[in-house]
Design a binder for this molecule. Structure first.
Ligand SMILES: Nc1ncnc2c1ncn2[C@@H]1O[C@H](COP(=O)(O)OP(=O)(O)OP(=O)(O)O)[C@@H](O)[C@H]1O
Length: 691
């Protein structure tokens, strides 16, 4: 484990020691006591724990500092109970990945999800401020304007999550609403509904009737919970209090006490909005957060005029509100009916399961011929199980088994498949643990090499499995990574990203991590000191040449014992070198370094007719797109300068364009266009000269 020395602030790494034992700091010699995991100073991944913030259903929450990115973060560490179940971990990772895709000013940003030493933790934006629970506890009833603002911001965030990812929050409550020091509202834990609900019965005081009844839920369940939250913040008490059983009953059947009576300063219109949010039947609520946001906008617009007697906007609300008292009552009846139906259904199901459990497998479901082949693949895996199966293969197989189960959930073969799925998951997790290559910077390269050698030495268990490993899931992940890479992300960001994706595709991530590290080295060598990239093998005029150095657009290389220089623009399109001729400045270096290292990393030299890997093809395509963009931008700039009569600039621009692209396909294709513009510019220049 690692922790920070309290004296010199350097990281101290210790092995086989227990918390409380005395050790000496390797840097300054101070004698220190080994802290408990997650005590202040404890280091996990690249995060140094600062303090414990609180506890939730998923586990403990800590404030920590991320030195590489110089920022505070919050670490949400999974409970041991939860971390013991591989399927929960997988779900946690899956949900965290979806959460990380969300990007909204009113949503606590999820950064990454990691594992170290058996601890699984989510890293999220740290919100410096208070949560709504603390505010209600400290201040009692909160101001009307603040709640309208809170509702609006929450509505935007929840609408965004629902419309972009189809994610309901399903745990909206004051504890999850954070208010930062500038008054900005941020909702936390979005996307983690499944992981959270595993270990508790839920936030019953905020649960919508449909959640209580276990019916299908959508974003309207969040509308209900947010209504309850707003009610509590304004009334200083929840609408329904007591034991879970009683509260559930009240959610289903009882109307809350009048908010107006509990807090006369709440305007009638706001009372109406909150009542509509808390309607028992989802159809009587706002249909979406967007609808709610519209009413809130109206409320805010008139906020200055709002008073206890104001009813200026009632007209507007009335036209929008779709429900009447009558309909509401009908709904309630309907709801009761649904409760009865739900109970009867559960009893029936229980009956069926108890008395006729054999029939839960429908043996008549036939597996298609094509899909029977899949089962053979699964059985091949079974034989190869104890041999070396890479995690990539395991992951692909896992996906396949999942698909099979989704298609034939109650077939005879499903049971066997479930067992295989479990076993495959084990492999994935085992590999994940083995690939923990980010724990120590210094041993990074060595560990990666080990991982790589291991994977190279592996005998692929079968042709079938080998093919399985090249599946689309993996490719899309690669694409993400490459986009990141080409999108000028820093290496640190990329490494963090890889660390997360490693759970998904550990082997490839490990390889790519090495490429990134090396490519960054190459890039900095290219950029600053002009140091060599000697040793790189590239293909030129059908010969393998060894690069001596690359600077700007010039490659120095030894060919037949002689040092020669080449313009990068002269490299063949189909080889990886063509990237240089095609891409614009920054990405060109990145992409090329990456490709060089990719090739060298695999100890192979690109031959003229070599088939390019998917990765390379993709990189080349990306580079081509970027180059096209760059080329057109040059052309457009020259044209504009010429139109503005800035002929000197125009000439310089067109000359630069030609110099940069004269060897590229882009130039060949648009040669006429370039030359005709050049002609026009030159004519203007000479006209000016004559004048
Ligand atoms: N990103 C964050 N920044 C600052 N404090 C946070 C952050 N996330 C959570 N907290 C605080 O940590 C505590 C525990 O949060 P957590 O989300 O784990 O549990 P909860 O919301 O109280 O309950 P539940 O797990 O049921 O959602 C809360 O007091 C919360 O305000």
């Amino acid at each position: 484990m690692r922790f920070k020395c309290t004296s010199c602030e350097q990281a101290v790494a210790v092995e086989d020691t227990k918390p409380g034992e005395a050790v000496q700091c390797g840097s300054c010699g101070t004698v220190l006591n080994v802290p408990e995991p997650f005590d202040t100073g404890y280091i996990i991944g690249e995060f140094c724990v600062a303090e414990h913030i609180g506890s939730g259903r998923m586990g403990e929450v800590y404030k920590a500092y991320q030195e590489t990115l110089v920022r505070d973060v919050a670490l949400k560490v999974l409970d041991n109970d939860m971390a013991e179940h591989s399927e929960h971990i997988l779900e946690f990772f899956k949900e965290a990945r979806v959460a990380a895709r969300l990007n909204h000013p009113n949503i606590v940003q999820a950064y990454s999800v990691n594992e170290e030493g058996g601890y699984y933790y989510l890293v999220v934006e740290y919100v410096f401020g208070q949560n709504l629970r603390q505010m209600i506890d400290d201040r009692g009833k909160l101001p009307v304007n603040m709640i309208i603002r809170l509702l609006s911001q929450m509505a935007h965030a929840l609408d965004y999550a629902w419309t972009t990812e189809g994610l309901p929050h399903l745990s909206v409550k004051p504890e999850n609403i954070l208010i930062d020091s500038k008054g900005q509202i941020k909702i936390s834990d979005i996307g983690l509904a499944g992981s959270r609900s595993r270990f508790s019965e839920g936030d019953y005081k905020y649960s919508s009737p449909e959640q209580i009844l276990n019916l299908k839920v959508d974003t309207r369940a969040d509308i209900y919970a947010l209504g309850v939250t707003a009610y509590e913040a304004l009334a200083g008490q929840v609408p329904f209090d007591g034991k879970m059983k009683d509260v559930n009953k009240k959610h289903l059947e009882v109307d809350a006490l009048s908010l107006k009576e509990l807090n006369p300063s709440v305007p009638k219109d706001l009372v109406t909005v909150i009542s509509k949010m808390m309607a028992k039947h989802p159809d009587d609520r706002y249909m979406s957060f967007d609808d709610l946001a519209k009413d809130l906008r109206l409320l805010r617009r008139y906020a200055n005029d709002m008073g206890t007697t104001s009813n200026f906007s009632t007209k507007i609300f009335k036209t929008r509100f779709s429900f009447t008292e009558n309909r509401s009552r009908q709904r309630r009846k309907g709801l009761k009916l649904q409760v009865m139906t739900a109970i009867v259904t559960v009893l029936l199901l229980l009956g069926i399961i108890i008395f006729n459990s054999d029939k839960s497998v429908d043996k008549t479901i036939k597996v298609d011929k094509g899909d029977t082949k899949r089962l053979n693949e699964f059985s091949i895996l079974s034989k190869a199980m104890d041999q070396s199966i890479s995690s990539v293969e395991a992951f692909t197989l896992f996906k396949k088994i999942e698909n099979f189960l989704a298609k034939y959930p109650s077939s005879q073969q499903a049971e066997e498949c479930l067992e295989w799925r479990e076993a495959v998951l084990e492999i994935i997790l085992r590999e994940r643990r083995q690939n923990d290559f980010f724990s120590e910077e210094s041993s990074l390269a060595q560990e990666q090499n080990e991982n790589l050698n291991e994977s190279e030495d592996q005998n692929l268990p079968s042709q079938d499995l080998g093919e399985l490993a090249v599946q689309s899931e993996r490719d899309s992940l690669r694409r993400d990574i490459l986009r990141f890479y080409l999108g000028k992300k820093t290496s640190v960001e990329l490494l963090t990203f890889l660390k997360n994706s490693e759970a998904y595709d550990p082997l490839w991530s490990a390889q790519f991590a090495q490429i990134i590290v090396k490519a960054s080295e190459a890039r900095s060598a290219l950029g600053d000191s002009g140091e060599t990239l000697s040793g790189l093998l590239i293909k030129k005029d059908k010969k393998d040449i060894q690069v001596s150095s690359i600077q700007n657009d010039i490659v120095m290389a030894e060919v037949d014992g002689e040092f020669k220089s080449f313009s990068l623009g002269t490299f063949n399109l189909k080889s990886l070198e063509s990237l240089l001729a095609l891409s614009s400045d920054y990405p060109r270096e990145d992409a090329l370094s990456l490709l060089f290292w990719f090739r060298n990393f695999h100890n192979c030299v690109l031959k003229e007719n070599d088939e390019l890997s998917d990765l390379e093809v993709f990189l080349i395509e990306e580079a081509q797109k970027m180059a096209k963009f760059d080329f057109e931008a040059y052309l457009e700039a020259a044209k504009r300068s010429w139109q503005r009569n800035e002929t000197g600039t125009a000439l310089a621009q067109i000359t630069a364009l030609k110099q940069k692209y004269k060897h590229s396909v882009l130039y060949q294709t648009d040669k006429k266009k370039v030359e005709s513009l050049e002609d026009k510019i030159k004519k203007s220049v000479s006209k000016r000269g004559k004048k």
